[in-house]
Design a protein around this ligand. Structure first.
Ligand code: ATP
Ligand code: MG
Length: 144
């Protein structure tokens, strides 16, 4: 499998619960490398746009409120099959259904307050990375 990039958000619940390190440790232990990382507070406009795919869903309003309630950490991750690997280490959307050892099993509260976001396909990863990081910003973080 090829080296890929994916996009992750450590959501406001996990940041508030002081588990930025705990979440990141699980990502790193799964073989994902943090290429870029920053803490930001999403505006309502940003949260609405980021989750626009869900705008017809009944939980959309609450989701936007949740994602803007406090700071988040946005990250670019890289690794072998990074998109699928990240989804695997995140666990199911509903933590009650998440496998043991996954981020959501360990750190999520419920189906909404579920600790992390991860891109669901390479194409969405590309769009989501570009939503938060400029090409110049990513280039400046390249490692030798
Ligand atoms: P994410 O896109 O955040 O990585 P996901 O791909 O596992 O999560 P989606 O179906 O894309 O799940 O839902 C996006 C987010 O919306 C979920 O992570 C969760 O925070 C919230 N959400 C999803 N389903 C529900 C629901 N039934 N009730 C409340 N919130 C929900
Ligand atoms: Mg999703």
């Amino acid at each position: 499998m090829a080296i890929e990039r994916t996009f992750s958000i450590i959501k406001p619940d996990a940041v508030a619960n002081n588990v930025i390190g705990g979440v990141t440790a699980k990502l790193e232990a799964a073989g994902l490398r943090v290429l870029a990382s920053k803490m930001v507070r999403l505006t309502e406009t940003q949260a609405k746009a980021f989750y626009a795919v869900h705008k017809e869903r009944p939980f959309y309003g609450d989701l936007v409120k949740f994602m803007t309630e406090g700071p988040v950490v946005v990250q670019v991750l890289e690794g072998e099959g990074a998109v699928a690997k990240n989804r695997q280490v995140m666990g199911a959307t509903n933590p009650e259904k998440a496998d043991a050892g996954t981020i959501r099993k360990e750190f999520a509260t419920n189906i909404e307050r579920n600790a992390v976001h991860g891109s669901d396909a390479p194409e969405t990863a590309k769009e989501e990375i570009a939503f938060f990081f400029s090409t110049a910003e990513l280039a400046s973080l390249a490692r030798s």
